[in-house]
Design a protein around this ligand. Structure first.
Ligand code: DGT
Ligand code: CA
Ligand code: CA
Ligand code: ZN
Length: 582
């Protein structure tokens, strides 16, 4: 059994226990265990199977957040594939109740209440209760909540069946790896197309293109892939299969002569393709997934590579991230496409946590991993005291940490560790730490983690007030969204961007695949308003450092060049550029 499955089971049990109104300590013990196991490097299943039971127990007990009771649970999960308590709760509350937890504005207590009053435990029933005005009859629920829940259900349905880019990428890489172990591996070219190649924030399904080798043999091999749960469709040159968690993969097998045309077609977006086909027709061509042909005699003029197709259509090459029909075809025709920022141009990472708060590792471990990845500088930005559940830093602990950062920094060659903080922005716009402490830092990253549901006007004022603090440099994950689970909070983005530009405040593109915040539209607007951006990982572990690629993709989708991204600068210049304009 994979650690991921164990984590999912523990989380689900915690959710169900919470809905059932169980002891909060018990709920938390499941959540803590799940959180620890999420980043635990070894396979729990193997530890449990260690014939030396004592040694196995000892190893498990050494994991933070895992006590004797949880060890017994882990043993039960690995032996039976489930937990008895989980099974019992599932009988009490149907699985739909868990889906209700994804609805904003409705916590486990609310779900329990709705369940006991109406026996409603799925989204359809919840929706109906809201429409009929029945929720407001329950204690502490009102008409406003009903409206909010209806909106949230709609948003949830829109995102249902989609995947985070990180999960999609992992699934795609695993299949590609598998294909490379099959027949004709040395002649094979495999590419992912679709929204994953465009770097979209969430992915509906995977589109893989394969050329070289015989289609029938390749399909035979693919169908033996251990993760295939179901074959959805099968043709001579294509096959669609379902993987765990209902992820669909469409695989197409192509002749080399049309590989580029297929890449172009199946990368999309559909809107980009429609526009491009229109252009082809106007130029006397016909563009399809098989190639670019002259309209009059059907003679193929391009198709082996994408570059060939764009060039023949009189266009500069358009990077996949730009293919959304947001003006890229016009820009390519006039040779004014941006020179998009590249992952290798990022020199620093300005948002990461250590074990002082909710990160997992030390300052030195984070720094060394960042240096090994080719970065030249980082900022350590742990949480501030308002985030008590992360053990956020107060002024005294921050000053101690700054000392430690300076010490570790002095021991590192050719690498710079900046002292920073991710300071909370209070509801009234004040920062969570006093100016005296903030003044000691190289960089102040600020963010909102509380009262996200306030009215847009209040949120705008709150952020503007925070900007008045002269030490604030970067606004982190500016809209607070969490992909597939939490909508962005609302405020007047235009005003915030205008004010940020005026004061020399920077907005972050948070690279965490759950956030990707700012998104491409907002980041592009920021650029237009003269705001410089920072792309950071928000890493809580060294294994999150590679996430920077997702942030860079988002930046590329926003048409950003290196000059628009402050942390493409070397450390000294970065620090100079960080100085506030006001
Ligand atoms: P997704 O999977 O919802 O995240 O988004 P995509 O963009 O990967 O969409 P998908 O998987 O339905 O199709 C992959 C690409 O194939 C799409 O980006 C463009 C191309 N495509 C699919 N259907 C059509 C179509 O009806 N017309 C055109 N022009 N292109 C299509
Ligand atoms: Ca797709
Ligand atoms: Ca598809
Ligand atoms: Zn944060």
């Amino acid at each position: 059994m994979e650690n991921g499955e164990i984590v999912r089971l523990l989380c689900e049990t915690a959710d169900l226990l919470e809905i059932a109104g169980e002891d909060p300590f018990r709920v938390r013990s499941y959540r803590n265990a799940a959180q620890s196991l999420e980043t635990f490097p070894e396979k729990i299943d193997e530890i449990v199977r260690n014939p030396d039971r004592k040694a196995g127990d000892k190893q498990l007990l050494a994991i933070s957040g895992i006590g004797k009771g949880m060890v017994a649970n882990l043993r039960e999960i690995c032996a039976t594939g489930d937990l008895d308590v989980h099974q019992q709760l599932l009988q009490k509350f149907p699985p739909g109740a868990l889906e209700m937890l994804r609805i904003q504005g409705l916590g486990p207590k609310g779900i329990a209440l709705i369940w006991s009053a109406y026996r409603a435990a799925n989204l359809d029933e919840l929706e109906q209760l809201c429409r009929e005005g029945k929720l407001r009859l329950l204690p502490r629920m009102g008409e406003k909540l009903e409206q909010k829940i209806l909106k949230s259900i709609e948003a949830y349905r829109r995102s249902a069946g989609r995947f985070l880019i990180s999960a999609a990428e992992r699934a795609s890489e695993e299949i590609v790896e598998y294909l490379r172990q099959g027949p004709d591996a040395d002649q094979l070219r495999v590419t992912c197309a679709g929204s994953l190649r465009r770097g979209k924030e969430t992915i509906g399904d995977l589109d893989l293109l394969v050329t070289g080798g015989r289609a029938d043999e390749q399909i035979e091999h693919l169908l033996k892939y251990p993760k295939v749960l179901e074959v959805i469709a099968r043709g001579e040159n294509k096959v669609s299969v379902r993987l765990p968690e209902a992820m669909q993969v469409d695989v197409r097998f192509l002749e080399p002569g049309s590989y580029g045309a297929a890449m172009q077609y199946f990368t999309g977006s559909k809107e980009h393709n429609v526009s491009l086909r229109g252009r082809a027709i106007r130029m006397g061509f016909k563009l399809s997934e098989y190639g670019l042909f002259r309209a009059d005699d059907e003679h193929q003029v391009a198709g082996g590579s994408e570059e060939e197709i764009y060039t023949t259509l009189g266009l500069d090459y358009i990077a996949p991230e730009l293919r959304e029909n947001w003006g890229e075809i016009e820009a390519a025709a006039e040779h004014r496409l941006p020179r998009l920022v590249e992952p290798g141009e990022i020199q620093g990472d300005l948002h990461m946590h250590t074990s002082a708060t909710d990160g997992r590792l030390s300052i030195r471990e984070m720094a060394e991993a960042a240096r090994a990845r080719g970065l030249r500088y980082i900022a350590i930005t742990d949480h501030s005291k308002a985030l008590a559940m992360t053990n956020g830093l107060d002024e005294r602990r921050l000053l101690e940490q700054i000392k430690e950062i300076r010490q570790v920094n002095s021991e590192m060659e050719g690498f710079r560790i900046l002292a920073g903080i991710e300071v909370d922005i209070h509801r009234d716009g004040r920062l969570d730490l006093n100016d005296e402490a903030l003044a000691q830092l190289d960089i102040v990253v600020a963010s909102v983690h509380s009262y996200m549901q306030i009215e847009p006007e209040e949120m705008t004022d709150r952020l503007l007030r925070a900007f008045e603090n002269r030490y604030l440099n970067v606004l982190a994950h500016p809209t607070g969204r969490q992909l597939l689970s939490r909508e962005p909070y609302r405020f007047d983005m235009e005003r915030i961007l205008g004010e940020a530009a005026k004061r020399g405040i920077h907005l972050e593109i948070n690279s965490s695949p759950e956030r990707l915040d700012l998104n491409e539209q907002n980041a592009r607007r920021a650029k237009e308003k003269g705001v410089k951006l920072v792309i950071s990982t928000d890493a809580h572990h060294t294994r999150h450092l590679p996430n920077i690629k997702f942030g860079v993709k988002m930046a590329r989708r926003a048409w950003l060049e290196a000059a628009d991204v402050l942390n493409t600068l070397p450390a000294e210049q970065f620090l100079q550029a960080l100085r506030r304009a006001d």
